[in-house]
Design a protein around this ligand. Structure first.
Ligand SMILES: [Mn+2]
Length: 327
């Protein structure tokens, strides 16, 4: 039982303070998982102090969830004082931006995640509670509740529900297991109709422009019968690549430069992944991250990479890699 291992670690270290860390621009899955896990720890170890921090702050969508559910985040996490650090929905330290630089290699580290695990993170993790088949980290956290034979409190159930809804694109790509968890959460008091609108904020003006610019600048490649859309835009790369998939591309790769850093977002249609077995995280984002001297990783149809370099060179690298894979 994973929860048992976590509790044993807390006891072994006689931990007083556990700091929960979410990736930069933390999405509702990361925040929901952290909030519910904090609640679970509170019940199992009432005297343990816990705090949640999101690197460089939470996403806009997460902020509305944080307000509705009164989730507390600290912007001054006591990383150096913490007896245990927990990484949620975060598969590399680099995704923690500046906070990551404060993590010493000897720090006890627990990883709770559903991303393809990164070898570097595996090496430094004291304990890893990861399931790549789960649609969200919230699902992994819910399983910890089940193992502990506890029910999430109403607000925790809502947070888990929103995290799952967000990561499964409102259940479109939810696995059967995720839907069973959702059913449990509804039993725990979640009113889906009431709470789902929290995740539908109107799109930002600048996000609309970024998406449209990315579409306008597309370099469209045809590989066998697959349509590959390459583009660049300096903000909202993830949203732009999602937009290109919605327009009809099978694979969308959008790169952008901010100061000296390159951010690249990868998306693929489900059909592309099932038929080619080309995994955006493993086969594209990871090698691109290495190429850029940064980091890359993610899921089968959704991934990201960052590092330093030139946008054109980076898109060319991806096109060549894809061509070789597709054959
Ligand atoms: Mn997630």
């Amino acid at each position: 039982m994973q929860i048992q291992k976590i509790l044993e670690l807390i006891d072994k270290l006689d931990a007083k303070l556990v700091v929960l860390l979410c990736h930069h621009n933390a999405d509702p899955d990361a925040i929901g998982a952290a909030f519910a896990f904090k609640g679970l720890l509170k019940r199992l170890k009432p005297r343990l102090e816990t705090e949640i921090a999101a690197a460089s702050g939470p996403s806009k969508l997460s902020k509305s969830m944080i307000n509705v559910l009164s989730i507390e985040l600290t912007d001054q996490p006591r990383i150096e004082e913490a007896d245990i650090l927990v990484l949620l929905d975060t598969n590399t330290i680099q995704q923690l931006d500046e906070l990551g630089k404060r993590i010493k290699p000897d720090r006890p580290l627990v990883v709770i995640d559903h991303h393809a695990s990164h070898p570097e993170t595996e090496r430094i993790a004291t304990l890893s509670v990861a399931d790549e088949t789960a649609s969200s980290t919230c699902e992994v956290v819910y399983r910890l509740f089940k193992e502990a034979e506890l029910k999430p409190a109403p607000d925790e159930a809502k947070a888990l529900f929103l995290g799952i809804a967000f990561d499964t694109r409102h259940f479109v790509i939810a696995t059967s297991d995720a839907l069973k968890v959702v059913a449990d959460l509804v039993d725990a008091g979640v009113n889906a109709q009431e709470i789902l609108p929290i995740l539908s904020l109107p799109m930002d003006y600048s996000e609309r422009i970024a998406r449209l610019k990315a579409a306008n600048r597309v370099n469209l490649l045809r590989m066998n019968d697959w349509l590959i859309a390459l583009s660049h835009v300096n903000a909202y790369q993830a949203s732009a690549s999602r937009g290109l998939i919605a327009l009809g591309a099978h694979v969308a790769i959008v790169a952008g430069k901010k100061e000296n850093k390159i951010q690249v977002s990868f998306r693929a249609s489900r059909e592309f992944y099932t038929e080619t077995d080309i995994h955006m995280g493993r086969d594209l984002a990871k090698p691109l991250g290495d190429f850029l001297g940064g980091m890359g990783g993610g899921h089968s149809v959704s991934a990201g990479a960052n590092g330093a370099g030139d946008v054109d060179a980076c898109l060319n690298f991806c096109a060549k890699l894809l061509k070789k894979k597709i054959g």
